[in-house]
Ligand binder design. Structure first.
Ligand SMILES: [Zn+2]
Length: 299
């Protein structure tokens, strides 16, 4: 591991990341098709309130509201030219909420296309897209860059190496896995856990793991945690599970795992060797409050 305030703290103790952002924005009125990243400047009090709720829940790492903040994603809203400004504003908002204790995690999601030859985007084009987003996140004070919900190790290699080249103090990379017919966990592109993590580590990630996932139960996440720790070797592992496997109710996707269910999973994840714990789809400040209490109780 390289040296940074965040990585130094991680050597000392288990850290807690925050939970879902999109559902919290929707609860505050984000309309379907609206650009949530723009809220970092136009509805900053709402975004700040969400960050503060996760901070109050005991989260050490607060994630910027920039999952759709790549220039390519912003282009759909005619905002590509504002990529640096919006990502910088997002990181500054987290810094305001996190205070001196928490860490700003600069969030980078998939850029939205496949790399050549499956898609139309070259590695060089993808690198330029990631660099513009990461530039803003670092200017705003990110303590680490989080490359998340990834399916393609080649895309992870581009994003992680871009973050490293731009001087990110630390880089975290997480994939979305699904359980395949043979019970093993694979990315949507078919990569197994070992292949996916090794490539992220080789590209320069300091912390590796998984977030989100498709139709994974809490027991599946525990099995995945064990695979991640084995594959990562000496590199610390992060896991941000969904609140269980979702079900469709009418037009809504519902996640049933309660804060208590998620908290009960925490000691088992710690025993498996996970070092950073957070939440993804379906998790709320209430889930993270219960989970961070479980982490504190295990310390
Ligand atoms: Zn998710």
């Amino acid at each position: 591991m390289a040296s940074s305030r965040f990585l130094d703290e991680l050597r000392r103790r288990t850290l807690v990341c925050d939970g879902a952002m999109g559902t919290q924005l929707i609860a505050r009125g984000l309309a379907s098709g609206e650009c949530g990243v723009l809220w970092n400047v136009e509805r900053r009090e709402d975004v700040l309130a969400i960050h503060r709720a996760y901070r109050a829940a005991g989260c050490d790492l607060i994630t910027t509201n920039t999952f759709g903040g790549s220039p390519s994603a912003l282009a759909r809203h005619g905002l590509e030219e504002r990529a640096v400004e919006l990502n910088m504003a997002a990181a500054r908002l987290v810094a305001e909420a996190a205070g001196t204790w928490g860490f700003v995690l600069g969030d980078v999601g998939p850029f939205g296309d496949f790399l050549e030859p499956i898609g139309d985007t070259s590695v060089e084009q993808a690198r330029d897209i990631f660099r513009r987003q990461i530039k803003g996140l670092l200017l705003g004070g990110s303590a680490a860059i989080l490359v998340e919900t990834m399916s393609d190790p080649a895309e992870v290699e581009v994003a992680v190496s871009a973050a490293r080249e731009m001087g990110a103090p630390a880089v975290i990379a997480t994939y979305a896995f699904q359980k395949s017919a043979d019970e093993s966990f694979r990315t949507m592109m078919g990569n197994d856990v070992t292949d996916a993590l090794r490539r992220a580590i080789a590209a320069g990630a300091d912390v590796v793991g998984a977030n989100c996932g498709t139709s994974m139960t809490l027991e599946d996440y525990l099995a995945l945690a064990r695979d991640l720790v084995t594959a990562a070797g000496e590199v610390p592992v992060i896991l941000q599970p969904n609140a269980g496997s979702p079900r469709i109710e009418g037009e809504q996707t519902v996640y049933d795992a309660t804060p208590g269910d998620m908290a009960a999973l925490v000691p088992r994840l710690l025993e498996a060797g996970v070092r950073v714990i957070g939440g993804c789809c379906g998790t709320t400040p209430a889930h993270l409050k219960a989970m961070s209490a479980a982490v504190a109780a295990a310390a």
